[in-house]
Design a protein around this ligand. Structure first.
Ligand code: CO
Length: 155
């Protein structure tokens, strides 16, 4: 019992203090799919959404379709090239699935430093990269964020 409690405690890095407001708007929800055309048809034809043409992003290993909603965006990601970062995810989720959520922050370096100080894991080398929208982004480890890969984007 004691052990279970200790383990449960370990799963949350952040219980000792509350942060000042850091995240802003939900910038997008990214959904990984094997077939962009099929995904586009679902959102366009079944749900009546406004969708863009596919945009290959070789530097990120994905082709992207943006779905514009009144309050946020959905981004469909299809693997591009042999080493796509979403290939493994699609092996585990052959029907596709929510891959990550992206929140806006005012200052990505301040956000990163504050989270790292609390023990959160930042993926990659820990430095922001230019993301799909030409803005600096970082990814946070899903194990530290409720089982969800979490992207921060400086807007
Ligand atoms: Co994203």
């Amino acid at each position: 019992m004691k052990q279970a409690r200790a383990r449960a405690r370990k799963t949350c890095l952040f219980e000792t203090r509350e942060a000042e407001t850091m995240i802003g708007r939900l910038n997008h929800v990214a959904i990984a799919v094997k077939d962009l055309a099929a995904a586009t048809a679902v959102y366009k034809n079944a749900l009546g959404a406004v969708v863009t043409d596919p945009l290959p992003q070789p530097e990120h290993g994905v082709t992207v379709v943006f779905v514009t909603l009144p309050n946020t965006k959905i981004e469909f990601l299809e693997p591009l090239g042999a080493n796509s970062p979403i290939a493994k995810f699609l092996e585990k989720n052959p029907d596709g699935g929510i891959h990550h959520v992206c929140y806006e922050v005012d200052d990505i370096l301040a956000a990163r430093d504050r989270l790292k100080e609390q023990g959160a894991r930042v993926l990659g080398d820990g430095n922001p990269k230019i993301g799909a929208h030409g803005k600096p982004v970082l990814f946070l480890h899903p194990k530290d964020f409720c089982g969800t890969l979490t992207e921060l984007e400086q807007v």
